[in-house]
Write a protein that binds this ligand. Structure first.
Ligand SMILES: Cc1ncc(COP(=O)(O)O)c(C=O)c1O
Length: 372
């Protein structure tokens, strides 16, 4: 019998690949080169090739990737960035770090992503960027978003933190926007054993600005034409990513197989509405989210049965205390506010066993009194 089932298990990943990972990490330690070295250069080339992007720059985190992308676009004080409140807080904190103001629009109830129908009415004279988030691993409607951006002469910055490898109409996310951000936080589809992120763009000027700003703003050694920070992807992390990138497609396939099993196993249950994607995208199942009015009871029940679950995310950003000053109130984003009380993320990670998957399905069926 499967015992406690976690949301992720990085020890399993390490143990199954110990030799290769030790070799990668040990190679960096042996080389004595820890920052801005050959592992980073190799990863940037490989990830650019993987995406089909001209330039990739490794940075410290997904949050920094968003911040640096905004800085590259010269977004700052007084500018507005259209995004969603149903996302991880860093989507908004990066906008604030750049000095700009997030403008939240509601989501499409089918995809949980930004509702393109609501974007145009949020555009003002101050709007500079549309920032869609490919939440849970399913792409936002990039066709519509790019059309609106072009019409209003706005930049697009994709938040691909949860969607490495996902495609929209056959093209990888992270190649639609003018500049785009990835996270390699351990739980992500391409995760490292620590923090990491990347910016992808086809525009050499934007790429150059990120290169400067990620390293103190240095345009040449000890010479600054722009203000910068320190946000570099370390060699140790880059070496893990160089090991992991060739495995990403296989990991995403495993996630899809688990999702398929969940979708089949949970079909027909009264209150569970497993979100299946659809439309023009391929889903990489960063998270598998079910929806039920009895969410809190289900969460508690599963915890008692040893099944970990998560809520992504329980409080939308526009109702977070830290962002009260933006002036939003309850009722402003009705779909977002409705779904956050009903969503529950089930365990889904490539190393999850068949037995574990079946136990999750069995326990959920048990909760709803379904035929088991
Ligand atoms: C949608 C989204 N954007 C941004 C981030 C920030 O990434 P990081 O944790 O690498 O800073 C995350 C991850 O937490 C995320 O899920």
């Amino acid at each position: 019998m499967a015992k406690n089932i976690p949301m992720n298990n990085f020890v399993r990943r390490y143990r199954a690949n110990k030799r290769a990972i030790d070799r990668a990490v040990g190679g960096v330690l042996q080389s004595g080169w820890f920052v801005m070295g050959p592992e980073l250069a190799k990863f940037e080339r490989a990830f650019a090739r993987y995406l089909g992007a001209k330039h990739v720059l490794g940075v410290h985190s997904g949050t920094d990737a968003l911040y640096l992308a905004l800085r590259a676009l010269d977004v700052g004080l007084g500018d507005e960035v259209i995004t969603v409140a149903h996302t991880a807080t860093p989507t908004a904190s990066a906008i604030r770090l750049a000095g700009a103001t997030p403008v939240f629009v509601d989501i499409d109830e089918k995809t949980f992503n930004i509702d393109p129908k609501l974007i145009e009415r949020a555009i003002t004279k101050r709007t500079k960027v549309i920032l869609p988030v490919h939440l849970y691993g399913y792409p936002a409607d990039m066709g519509e978003i790019m059309r609106i951006a072009k019409k209003h002469k706005l930049f697009v910055l994709e938040d691909c933190a949860q969607a490495a490898g996902a495609t929209w109409r056959g093209r990888k996310v992270g190649t639609f926007g003018h500049i785009n951000a990835f996270s390699f936080y351990p739980t992500k589809n391409l995760g490292t054993f620590g923090d990491g992120g990347a910016v992808a763009t086809d525009d050499p000027k934007l790429s150059e600005r990120v290169r400067w700003i990620r390293q103190y703003g240095e345009t040449e050694r000890y010479k600054n034409k722009v203000e910068g920070i320190n946000s570099r992807l370390e060699e140790l992390q880059a070496s893990v990513l160089n090991w992991g990138l060739p495995k990403l497609a296989g990991w995403n396939k495993k996630r899809a197989a688990i999702a398929k099993r969940y979708l089949q196993g949970l079909r027909g249950l009264p209150s569970v509405l497993p979100y299946a994607g659809g439309g023009g995208g391929t889903h990489v199942w960063h998270l598998f989210v079910v929806r039920t009015k009895r969410r809190d009871a289900l969460k508690e029940f599963l915890a008692k049965k040893g099944v970990a679950t998560g809520i992504h995310y329980p409080i939308p950003i526009h109702l977070q205390e830290a962002y009260r000053f933006l002036g939003y109130k309850k009722g402003d984003l009705p779909v977002t506010e409705r779904v956050v009380g009903e969503i529950l993320s089930l365990p889904i990670f490539p190393e999850m066993t068949r037995e574990e998957q079946e136990k999750v399905i069995r326990e959920i069926k048990g909760f709803f009194g379904g035929s088991t």
